[in-house]
Every structure is written in structure tokens, then in C-alpha cells.
Design a protein around this ligand. Structure first.
Ligand code: CP
Ligand code: NVA
Length: 318
């Protein structure tokens, strides 16, 4: 792995090692002798959108690995405004050891990676949110293969079914489709026809080697049948605020209610990348239920991203 822009940037053969490293870093956190592979390094964090989990988990994670995070928000740096993205990548590559980027246009992270000479991590674009998917997969694997690590964690994902409800054309839906295929899981999505995954996304999925790797339906009960995980995301993603009224209107049938959640497997988990809007995309009885693992997902952002940072830093030294 040279960059982490999309789920498939970690080869399937590299997954056990990455999951084992996340497990190890989680276990060793705060202990004497915890690894510091980012010692002497500075990683720039360029964020053009707001963030709680991603920003804090990366800043804390870089510190814990012995490095320095350098946070640059949209007022500090103008990606593609005043200076080309390519020149920004070339300049920053002279100063820092890696770039962590949250932006709108997915091509921004691709262009930074192509023009610069340091690793780039996608911290969310309008198209994909791979950091979240890896933390999520680790979170369920920890439960399905309790007490194990490496290949056993990764193997525990195989054949499991995830149901994704609501905006099935958003970054989280895209990333879960790609991630589920990469991890050997099945995925069904339910949402309004007007928010079904697009032809452009299908072409991208085919290029990644997973053509047709999902089921889409407008019936939420059909999607959750037999599901091991019921997942949803906000209906109004960052940058889509002007569409709020229409989105809430068409997505209303896809709210995750207690009744819908009960139609999944008995031992299914409820997951949400957060921030959540209780009473909008998910009802409080599901969000606060004992089978909701939303805060473990949030915590695992830290451990999995530390594993990704450490892996990219190790590759760079070679
Ligand atoms: N889930 C997630 O990425 O949260 P933030 O937008 O708060 O970083
Ligand atoms: N789809 C959401 C995810 C937030 C983590 C957004 O892009 O706003």
C-alpha cells in the first residue's frame, strides 16, 4: 500500500497484517514500550470540511505514534484555489511525511497522491470514506472472532451480510459496497430509487474488480432480511445542505425503526458512522439499544488509523 485512498488500496493479502496491527496497537495503547513508528515525522491534515472523529482520532493517533500532526483547515490552505493541487502536493512533500485529506472532490486526493512524493490518506471525500469502513470492519470482526487476531479476524467477515439504508449514493454507501466486496461480505442497500448507486459508481466498482457486487432495492425490509449488520448514515451529507427538505421527504421510508431492526438477524448489530440524528435516519430505540455498537466504531477509528499510518510509514522507509 502506497496510499490509502480507497478500500482496495490494501491488498487482500495485506488485510490480516493490518488487522493484527490494529489489534496490537489497541492492546498496547498507553503502555510503556508502545510502538512509535512516526517518531520525527510530521503529517499534514488538510480538512476542507468539518470533523469531530476523524480529526481528533488522527491528531491523537499521530501523537501516540511519536509524530506531529499539522492541522490545516480550509482557511489556512486553499486546495486548488490560488495554487494548483499538483503544486500543493509537490511543496508539501518537501516538508511533511504524509498527507491526510478531507475534501469534496475525490479527484483531489488522487491528484495529490499522483503529484506528491509522500503517502496520502483519504479522510473522506464526497465519493468514499475508507477510514470509517476499515474501523467498522475491525469493530464487528472483534466480536465475531473474539480473542483472535490477524487472519481469523479478517476471515470472520466472510459471508456476513450488511444492510445499508437511506442515501445509497453517498460516500458511506459507496465505501461499504467496495469494502464489503473486498472483505468477502454480502451487501444489500435500500433507499429511494432517485438515490440508488449511479452508473458512474457501477463503472468504478467494475474497474476495482467487483462488478455488480451489491443488491439494491427500494424495500427496506427486503434489504435487512438475514443481515448481520444494519447500517445507516445521515441523509444530508456535508455539502448537500441545500437539498435537505427533499432528501428528508424521499428518505422517510428508510428510517431505521425498532421494527425494521428486528427484521434483521436476531444477533445483528446496528452501526452508524456518526454524527447521528436521532429521530431522523434512526430511532432512539435502535441507536441506544444494547446491539448498537456506534461508540466502539468511533473508538476503533483511532486504532485502525494508527495501523494504517504505521503501515504507510514503514513502506516509506524502505
Ligand atoms: N464518522 C466521521 O468521519 O465523523 P467526523 O465527520 O466527525 O470525522
Ligand atoms: N455521508 C456523511 C458522512 C459523515 C462521516 C457526510 O459526508 O457528511
Amino acid at each position: 500500500m502506497k496510499h490509502f485512498l480507497k478500500e482496495t488500496d490494501v491488498a487482500r493479502s495485506e488485510l490480516p497484517k493490518l488487522f493484527a496491527l490494529a489489534r496490537e496497537l489497541k492492546a498496547k495503547r498507553g503502555r510503556k514500550g508502545a510502538p512509535t513508528p512516526l517518531r520525527g515525522q510530521t503529517w499534514a491534515m488538510i480538512f476542507s470540511k468539518s470533523s469531530t472523529r476523524t480529526r481528533v482520532s488522527f491528531e491523537v493517533g499521530i501523537h501516540e505514534l511519536g509524530g506531529n500532526p499539522l492541522f490545516l483547515n480550509r482557511n489556512d490552505i486553499q486546495l486548488g484555489r490560488g495554487e494548483t493541487i499538483e503544486d500543493t502536493a509537490r511543496v508539501l512533500s518537501r516538508f511533511v511525511h504524509g498527507l491526510i485529506v478531507r475534501t469534496f472532490d475525490h479527484s483531489d486526493v488522487e491528484r495529490l497522491a499522483a503529484a506528491g512524493s509522500v503517502p496520502v490518506i483519504n479522510a473522506l471525500t464526497d465519493f468514499l470514506h475508507p477510514c470509517q469502513i476499515y474501523a467498522d470492519a475491525f469493530t464487528v470482526a472483534e466480536r465475531w472472532a473474539k480473542g483472535t487476531t490477524g487472519a481469523k479476524l479478517v476471515d470472520s467477515l466472510r459471508g456476513r451480510k450488511i444492510a445499508f439504508l437511506g442515501d445509497t449514493a453517498c460516500n458511506m454507501a459507496h465505501s461499504w459496497i467496495l469494502g464489503a466486496n473486498h472483505f468477502g461480505m454480502k451487501i444489500a442497500l435500500a433507499g429511494p430509487q432517485s438515490f440508488a448507486p449511479t452508473k458512474e459508481f457501477d463503472a468504478f466498482l467494475a474497474r476495482e474488480g467487483y462488478a455488480g457486487g451489491y443488491q439494491f432495492t427500494t424495500d427496506p425490509f427486503e434489504a435487512v432480511r438475514g443481515a448481520d449488520v444494519v447500517y445507516t448514515d445521515v441523509w444530508v451529507s456535508m455539502g448537500k445542505e441545500e437539498e435537505t427538505k427533499e432528501r428528508i421527504r424521499v428518505m422517510a421510508p428508510y428510517v431505521v425503526t425498532g421494527k425494521l431492526f428486528a427484521a434483521a438477524k436476531k444477533d445483528a448489530y446496528f452501526m452508524h458512522c456518526l454524527p447521528a440524528h436521532a429521530g431522523e435516519e434512526v430511532m432512539p430505540e435502535v441507536l441506544d439499544s444494547p446491539r448498537s455498537i456506534i461508540f466502539d466504531e468511533a473508538e476503533n477509528r483511532l486504532h485502525m488509523q494508527k495501523a494504517i499510518l504505521a503501515t504507510l510509514a514503514a513502506k516509506r522507509r524502505r
